[in-house]
Design a protein around this ligand. Structure first.
Ligand code: GUN
Ligand code: FE
Length: 440
């Protein structure tokens, strides 16, 4: 059965402008994919072929937009959200982050926190996320299960790390490989992660970053990615001290990105690197060549005092850039707010450098929807063939004058939060509120 939704439809096919359908229609096939968008009722006739049932759902004066995609977030740092903002990256990891991540050896604690985390992603309309878990295989499996039960899309990484951290967060290379193969078996080969043959939840190879992994660990990560054709996520060129440390650890590498590349962790399979605040020159060229995506995390870069990523430059160079909340370096899970921060940070960058214009609203929206969505398949737009991942927004509390549809969307992005989101869809299916309490 097809479904036709009627609403004010807005999305970004291209980063430079919004597509706007006032009182528009969108047809969604039984498999959850968008068939097309129409401007008026007559145009909908093209979808009424044969005697297939069509359900029409009218959202009235509400806005229908693609759902949010968070390209970089740490689930086990959720308890630290909004805390610990007084250190730069390396001491921040040692003092605040690693002690929290150790707790995920305890499945009970993990379930309590991870349920809250998945619930709150849902709350803010994030239907897909690229997630770091911890080294712990059992709690990582639990997190994947929670996403699957919720019906939301997630690439979840058991974190590989074996140096420069407390003993209890180190895992041997053999244990890391064994843990990954168990997860791959559960969620990929046994089809547990598939729904209608779409892999909504799956594993992603996740070396934490070069300082956390010995050459043997990096080698094993690259081999796992190649063997199982899995995507890769990590951190790149976030902080000056980190970059200096990488130079001492990977002496033969010509840049930080080259260190990943040597272990086949830099675009040999789909790869996303968080931050890239200091990426330039050879590293930028290598990212372009290898199609490595950037997860831009402006709140994190502010809080951990890392610097301002030159996103305008990256876009002009043709790099793929999505947005990430990077909890708990970042303090906000709400991707609307991350769009605002991305624009504001680019304005600061513009003021300092003056050579390039700052980001526009449509560019920020595109980064949170279509561009980030590309990492998950055909996700983040309403073009034919895209998965129907969508949010229905009731902005009646913000819409108190004759605002145009674009003005309404801008106000939702700048002023709105979960209170305006009244329906959420992932892969064509309405996603209801996930349970926060354990065992229910
Ligand atoms: N680099 C390595 N690990 C982390 C992390 O947990 N957060 C951030 N922001 N950067 C990292
Ligand atoms: Fe991060």
């Amino acid at each position: 059965m097809k479904t036709i939704y009627k609403a004010h439809i807005l999305f970004t096919k291209e980063k430079s402008r919004f597509e706007v359908f006032e009182n528009g229609y969108i047809a969604v096939a039984a498999n959850g994919q968008v068939i097309g968008v129409a401007e008026n009722e007559q145009e909908c006739e093209k979808w009424k072929v044969g005697n297939e049932d069509i359900e029409v759902i009218d959202f009235g004066d509400r806005l229908l937009i693609p759902a949010m995609n968070d390209l970089h977030v740490h689930a086990p740092q959720y308890r630290n959200q909004g805390l610990a903002m007084d250190l730069e990256l390396l001491p921040w990891l040692q003092n605040y982050t690693f002690p929290e991540e150790m707790k995920y050896a305890d499945l009970g604690y993990a379930e309590r926190m991870y349920r809250r985390f998945v619930h709150d992603l849902w709350r803010f309309g994030t239907m897909r996320a690229c997630v770091f878990a911890t080294i712990h295989t059992e709690s990582t499996r639990l997190l994947m299960r929670l996403f699957k039960e919720a019906g939301m899309g997630a690439l979840v990484g058991k974190v590989a790390m074996n140096r420069n951290c407390p003993e209890s967060l180190k895992e041997s290379v053999e244990e890391m490989v064994k843990g990954y193969e168990e997860l791959i078996n559960d969620f990929r080969i046994n089809n547990l992660g598939f729904r209608d043959e779409k892999m909504l939840v799956g594993p992603i190879i996740t070396p934490r970053f070069i300082p956390s992994c010995t050459p043997e660990m990096l080698q094993a990560c690259g081999e796992l990615a190649a063997k199982y054709q899995l995507p890769v996520q990590s951190h790149l060129s976030e902080n000056q001290d980190e970059i200096a440390l990488v130079k001492t650890l990977e002496k033969d590498s010509t840049c930080y990105g080259d260190a990943y590349n040597r272990y086949c962790l830099f675009g040999q399979t789909p790869t996303v690197m968080a931050h890239c605040v200091w990426t330039k020159g050879e590293e930028l060229e290598l990212m372009k060549q290898n199609n490595v995506m950037v997860a831009h995390c402006p709140t994190s870069n502010l809080n951990v005092a890392s610097g301002m990523a030159p996103i305008r430059h990256f876009l002009d160079e043709g790099l793929q850039v999505g947005l990430g909340s990077d909890i708990s370096g970042g303090h906000d899970l709400n991707l609307f707010r991350i769009m605002v921060y991305a624009i504001q940070v680019s304005k600061m960058h513009y003021q300092q450098n003056h050579e390039q214009p700052f980001l526009t609203l449509s560019e920020a929206f595109w980064m949170a929807t279509k561009s980030a969505g590309n990492f998950f398949g055909q996700v983040g737009s309403f073009e034919p063939g895209y998965e129907f991942d969508a949010l229905v927004i009731d902005d009646s509390d913000l819409n108190h004058d004759n605002y145009s549809l674009l003005e309404r969307l801008e106000r939702i992005i700048y002023l709105g939060d979960d209170r305006q989101i009244v329906h959420r869809f992932c892969c064509g299916k309405e996603i209801t509120e996930p349970k926060i309490t354990c065992g229910s």
